[in-house]
Design a protein around this ligand. Sequence first.
Ligand code: FES
Length: 108
Amino acid sequence: MSTDIDYTYVSDVSDIEVGHSISVNVEGKKILICNTEEGFFAVQDMCTHALIPLCGGFIQGTLISCPLHGAVFDLKTGEVMAPPAFEDLETFKLKIEGTSISVKNPET
Ligand code: FES
């Protein structure tokens, strides 16, 4: 069972507009918090193709395009949807209480 110490506060919902994302650092791991038309999702902030940040990538629906070579990932599942990347993204659970967004701490 999860307790609050398993989660780290990262942002207020009002800080991220729909279609935008922010990069946060939780226990040394860069995590991208994305606001989509279907809600908030969290994935590793690193493209699995050439290991550059996904922050700033174009978000449409629940898909994000890598800003460098255009690989597409599903933010809900982390699944790669279009090349040149072929490995999925790691995803992280989010908890939203009131207007506070917390992310489940990465496994260490
Ligand atoms: S670095 Fe993301 S597609 Fe190449």
